[in-house]
Design a protein around this ligand. Structure first.
Ligand SMILES: Nc1nc2c(ncn2[C@@H]2O[C@H](COP(=O)(O)OP(=O)(O)OP(=O)(O)O)[C@@H](O)[C@H]2O)c(=O)[nH]1
Ligand SMILES: [Mg+2]
Length: 259
């Protein structure tokens, strides 16, 4: 099945999500006259503190031509209320489904073939997003690698990141530095071939599958900042999920692209 056909079919099957359409970005002319440069997807679970900071930065940095999509993953706090205050599109899961499902919902709803994911806790810089969008003209995938700011990652997680990053780069031939980053971009048609299946390690799962698919990738170094708001990450469950994926995906084969 062709990627585009599959996307169209998938987008008609969006279940148990609530969509709220709002103006996409501050615009002087109707959206139809502005070519869409990229869709920026912000998966958010109980991020009422970090999300307004991230959205303010996104709206101020990405003036025209960007679609900003917030996926509220069944939060019980004010995450959706925060998103409604900004000129973004909001899609809500009725219940918490995990970041993997939030990525899939974002992929189904993205209007552009160039999509960029960024976490909602203000740990990642937004100013490189235009560079990432441009890079997706030439590359299938672009990785925002955490080269600095490692001190803002808790010690135990930093150790886990080192072990899993090294394993993924060595075993999968993943060329960019950071397969575990929460700031990365991919072509929508390629993401269709490597969608995540897990709750806790979807970014790494996609990175490993993308390496197996031999996608053309580029790497942009970024500085990682301290998290705003409470962490929900369980490092033991997360670590276990990464470990299982690193072993099992060695046997994963990408689907052939039909011509
Ligand atoms: N943890 C978690 N995050 C989710 C979920 N659904 C969406 N997300 C979002 O996915 C992004 C990554 O989650 P984080 O909790 O920041 O995970 P992390 O960056 O690995 O760890 P910390 O920042 O140290 O907590 C954030 O923007 C979350 O709001 C979910 O069910 N659980
Ligand atoms: Mg985070």
């Amino acid at each position: 099945m062709k990627g585009a056909d599959r996307n169209t079919r998938a987008s008609t099957k969006v279940k148990r999500t609530v969509q709220e359409h709002q103006p996409v970005a501050k615009q002087d002319s109707p959206p139809s006259q502005i070519p869409l440069l990229a869709t920026v997807i912000v998966p958010a679970y109980e991020e009422e503190k970090g999300l307004p900071v991230v959205l303010a930065k996104l709206v101020n940095t990405l003036k025209k031509g960007y679609e900003i999509l917030v996926i509220d993953d069944g939060s019980d706090d004010g995450t959706s209320e925060v998103a409604r205050r900004f000129p973004v599109r909001l899609v809500r899961h009725e219940h918490n489904k995990g970041k993997g499902e939030a990525i899939i919902t974002g992929w189904k709803n993205a209007g552009s073939d160039r999509i960029i994911f960024i976490d909602a806790d203000d740990t990642y810089p937004v100013d490189i997003i235009p560079r990432m969008a441009e890079a997706l003209g030439e590359y299938d995938m672009v990785i925002g690698s955490r080269r600095s700011g490692q001190e803002n990652i808790p010690g135990f997680n930093r150790l886990g990141n080192f072990v899993f990053r090294t394993a993924i780069r060595k075993l999968y031939g993943f060329k960019p530095y950071d397969p575990l980053t929460g700031l990365w971009g991919i072509r929508k048609s390629q993401l269709a071939r490597c969608l995540p299946t897990v709750r806790r390690a979807p970014d790494a799962e996609i990175a490993m599958k993308a390496a197996r698919m031999k996608l053309k990738m580029t790497d942009i170094p970024i500085v990682y900042s301290p998290r705003i708001g409470q962490t929900k990450l369980n490092p033991f469950k997360g670590g276990w999920e990464h470990l299982k994926l690193i072993v099992t995906l060695l046997f994963w084969k990408p689907k052939k692209v039909s011509s």
